[in-house]
Write a protein that binds this ligand. Structure first.
Ligand SMILES: *[C@@H]1O[C@H](CO)[C@@H](O)[C@H](O)[C@H]1NC(C)=O
Length: 247
């Protein structure tokens, strides 16, 4: 199990080639003003992840995107260009969930405290987080956005989006040994050739303008469904952490 999971991490971080071709499209520029592009320095070199602005000074992403240093780009459409809308901010603190498990990807969530506040603009704006205890229902239509791979010329440089539906938990529990319906969401219809891996790990699943999930992992060939971190179940930790680290 472990080698497979390590390999999965690698694929998600690099962007999945099979996923690139299936089901997504280029986003209208700046239609996802909360999207963050993360450049991560880790022992294995530079990698990329998605993330999303949840307050002027905090970005939410996946726990497995942790590295020794992380830089955030906000307000981008083409991440290979210097666009006037872009804001480049370094990360002051990366706070990974204390119960993150790198072997089974439970609690795959991390808050990044930015060194300086993001300036709100037409291209940079936080996204709402879940409120209350109503659980996201199977069948809900949601959007995932991401830049995919950046290090190879084959990758896309412009933001891509794909629409995906929330699945019943059984679709993931039958496929992924460690799927946990309390803290994870099963996303992407196996019969539609659309995949969550259009976006990088750490990108948001947004349903009705609320960020409900974080891209975590999927099957090795990139076929749906995939597993997302269920943000709602981590709201107490998110609120506590952002309050504790108030500027
Ligand atoms: C982040 O930005 C700083 C300052 O511009 C730079 O020195 C550093 O190498 C960057 N790190 C990564 C991971 O891109």
């Amino acid at each position: 199990m472990q080698p497979l999971l390590l390999l999965l991490t690698f694929i998600l971080l690099q962007g999945n080639e099979a996923g690139k071709i299936i089901g997504g499209r280029e986003a209208r520029p700046h239609s996802f003003p909360y999207m963050a592009f993360l450049l991560i320095q880790s022992s294995g070199g530079l990698t990329a992840c998605g993330g999303f602005l949840v307050r002027e000074d905090f970005v939410l992403t996946a726990g497995h995107c942790l590295g020794s240093s992380i830089n955030v780009t906000l307000g981008a459409h083409n991440i290979q260009r210097r666009e006037r809308t872009q804001q480049h901010i370094t990360v002051l603190r990366a706070i990974r969930h204390p119960d993150y498990n790198h072997e089974n990807f439970r609690n795959d969530i991390m808050l990044l405290q930015l060194r300086s506040r993001a300036r709100r603009s037409g291209s940079v704006k936080p996204v709402a987080l879940p409120q209350g205890s109503k659980k996201l229902q199977p069948g809900a239509s949601c959007t995932v956005a991401g830049w995919g791979r950046v290090s190879q010329s084959r990758g896309t440089n412009v933001l891509q989006e794909v629409q995906l539906r929330v699945q019943v938990d059984q679709k993931c529990s039958s496929r992924f040994q460690f799927y946990d319906s309390q803290t994870q969401i099963c996303v992407g219809n196996p019969r539609e050739r659309k995949t969550a891996f259009r976006g990088d790990s750490g990108g948001p699943l947004v349903c009705n303008n609320v960020a409900q999930g974080i891209v975590s992992y999927g099957s090795i060939n990139g076929s749906p469904p995939a597993v997302f971190t269920r943000i709602q179940s981590f709201m107490p930790w998110i609120k506590r952490t952002m309050r504790r680290l108030a500027p």
